[in-house]
Design a protein around this ligand. Structure first.
Ligand SMILES: C[S@@+](CC[C@H](N)C(=O)[O-])C[C@H]1O[C@@H](n2cnc3c(N)ncnc32)[C@H](O)[C@@H]1O
Length: 326
């Protein structure tokens, strides 16, 4: 008997967030390394960005994982109020100074589920930094295939990963692909990621500050023509199957996210690949030869397209909206 097929986004939502879904029982470090927690060089770049805004009072990290980045920020600047937003419970042993907000961004309704994230994003009494590091690429998205007549049909998948084509894309999704992904045989519709980012930037306007996204991505001139949906389990890249054993991810259309942030009131300061950014920043100097060697190898990893270099850095200033309290 054929297995039940459902739209990729629904199958991905279930395998990631459902009862006994991937994120209920897995920690990121069990399946893959992330740049922010594996290299102190990226954490140092984030820290330098935060230090360039001495008026910052708080940092909110969406998809904070095991809290490693917030822990490093706390050690560097204990004055900042820190909030980790995560669908999972507070990590054991996390410094008590770091607040933990358990919340899930629901990609089917484009809202936070418990309200704790929304509260953290808009409750600070001063300028706040929003961080989303390797978060947006984990948000399930609609997957579509472009036929020769240029129609886009949603791709459905069964529990073994077998695919078939479903209904034509809805109006908003079609408009998104026309604008942002107009060629290629397979499209990962980034509308939901845009909305997640825009929601966070809009909420941040209450106190103002900056929003920083670091993630695997692509821009319109160089979208992957066959898409980028992948699975990761225990350090290996796998053919994607909507199965709780693997982390599913698809690269982010970063120019569309930039536009969404601007529509929500952000002003783009930087949109660049890490490989481009690292080339323009001077390495930190240290008299310790071993530390210098570690720094050089971490910078090489950040500027290598085969390691972290293909990640993008999107930084937007978020002015406080007129009439809101500081
Ligand atoms: C790839 S990990 C990145 C963790 C950390 N930011 C880092 O760079 O090491 C993505 C994290 O986002 C969380 N996450 C995924 N989807 C989410 C959602 N819809 N709402 C809230 N958190 C989510 C996962 O639980 C996971 O810890």
């Amino acid at each position: 008997m054929p297995s039940l097929c459902k739209p990729w986004r629904d199958a991905w939502v279930e395998s990631a967030y459902g009862v006994a879904g991937h994120w209920q029982n897995s920690w990121p470090a069990q399946h893959f390394r992330t740049a922010a927690t594996s290299t102190s060089a990226l954490a140092a770049m984030i820290m330098a960005t935060l230090s360039s805004r001495p008026d910052l009072r708080a940092v909110v990290e969406l998809g904070a994982g095991d809290g490693a980045l917030l822990t490093a920020i706390h050690q560097a600047n204990p004055e900042l109020s820190l909030y980790g937003v995560e669908l999972r419970e507070r990590p054991v042993g996390l410094d008590a100074a770091i607040s933990w907000c358990r919340d899930l961004w629901d990609v089917r309704t484009d809202t936070w589920t418990s309200g704790e994230a929304a509260q953290a994003l808009s409750s600070s009494d001063g300028p706040t930094a929003l961080l989303a590091v390797e978060w947006l690429d984990d948000l399930p998205c609609v997957v579509a295939e472009r036929r020769e007549d240029l129609d886009l049909l949603e791709v459905h998948v069964d529990c073994h990963g077998a695919e078939r084509l479903g209904r034509p894309l809805g109006l908003e999704e079609s408009q998104w692909t026309t604008r942002w992904w107009p060629y290629g045989s397979r499209v990962e519709v980034g509308l939901g990621r845009d909305r997640a980012w825009a929601d966070a930037v809009r909420r941040l306007r209450r106190c103002g500050g900056l929003a920083l996204m670091i993630d695997y991505g692509h821009r319109r001139p160089a979208r992957p023509v066959d898409g980028s949906l992948s699975g990761y389990a225990r350090g290996r890249q796998l053919v994607p199957v909507p199965d709780k054993s693997m982390n599913l991810t698809a690269h982010v259309a970063v120019d569309a996210v930039r536009d969404a942030g601007e529509q929500a009131g952000g002003r783009t300061v930087v949109l660049a690949q890490l490989v481009e950014l690292v080339a323009t920043t001077a390495p930190a100097t240290t008299p310790d030869p071993l530390a210098a060697l570690v720094q050089r190898s971490q910078r090489a990893a950040l500027s290598s397209p085969r390691v972290w270099g293909q990640q993008y850095w999107l930084q937007q200033e978020v002015p406080r909206s007129d009439g809101e309290r500081a």
